[in-house]
Design a protein around this ligand. Structure first.
Ligand code: GDP
Length: 205
């Protein structure tokens, strides 16, 4: 699948301010600094699309992008890519965290055109509680998701494999079936084709 065009549409403070749900939607979420902006830019071939921020966690908004893609000679497809604010901030006040939780839970449970959530985890790290907890919430809410292990270029392959295995083992404690997962790098574009292939496949349903 080829990305023909991607552009920023709007940032919304809550679920009910989001654009009309008239096309398939894919959301990206993860702890701050996990490489979410870099992944979105890499997928869309646009270095400036999502802001690569140096002040993690400042935005608490739901950011919509419109993407136009094409697979071979098939008709162009339009879909929304959503950049969600990250979680797992020790320095955030409880009220900020609570606001975030409510906004995210509302969005994830109510957004009718949401097809899949990509949960990002850092491939350099062992399983993190914040990621596992968030994934378990998705399960409780019955929201479909996949996992993307980011920044693979920073590791030896064996380290990535070890961390991915440990993460999936941790999930195996509460899940019967393990989710689809991808290994990605914004530097060498590992995972790009696989992630876009999944979106293309889901768009065709
Ligand atoms: P976000 O806070 O999750 O949006 O993370 P960013 O995309 O802003 O990335 C955080 C930092 O990690 C930045 O300095 C990026 O340049 C770096 N980074 C993100 N993805 C990758 C990657 O795949 N490989 C490497 N080497 N660095 C990355």
């Amino acid at each position: 699948m080829e990305i023909k065009h991607a552009k920023y549409i709007i940032s919304s403070a809550s679920f009910d301010q989001c654009p009309k749900p008239d096309r398939p939607e894919y959301a990206f979420i993860g702890r701050s600094n996990v490489g979410k902006s870099s992944l979105i830019n890499m997928l869309c071939n646009n270095k400036k699309l999502a802001k690569i921020s140096n002040t993690p966690g400042n935005t608490q908004l739901i950011n919509h992008f419109e993407v136009v893609s094409q697979s071979g000679k098939k008709k162009e497809q339009k879909w929304f890519l959503v950049d969600l604010p990250g979680y797992g901030f020790a320095q955030h006040s409880q009220s900020t965290r609570r606001r975030w939780e409510q906004m995210i839970e509302n969005y994830l449970r109510k957004r009718e055109n949401l097809v899949n959530v990509f949960v990002l985890a850092d491939s350099r790290q062992e399983p993190q509680k914040a990621d596992i907890d968030f994934i378990n919430s998705l399960g409780k809410w019955e929201v479909p998701f996949s996992i993307v292990f980011t920044k693979s270029d920073k590791n030896k392959e064996t380290v990535t494999e070890k961390n991915v295995k440990a993460f999936l083992q941790e999930l195996g404690k509460s899940w019967d079936a393990l989710p689809t997962h991808f290994i990605s790098s914004a530097i060498n574009k590992q995972g790009r084709k696989e992630i876009l292939d999944l979106i293309n496949e889901l768009n065709s349903h």
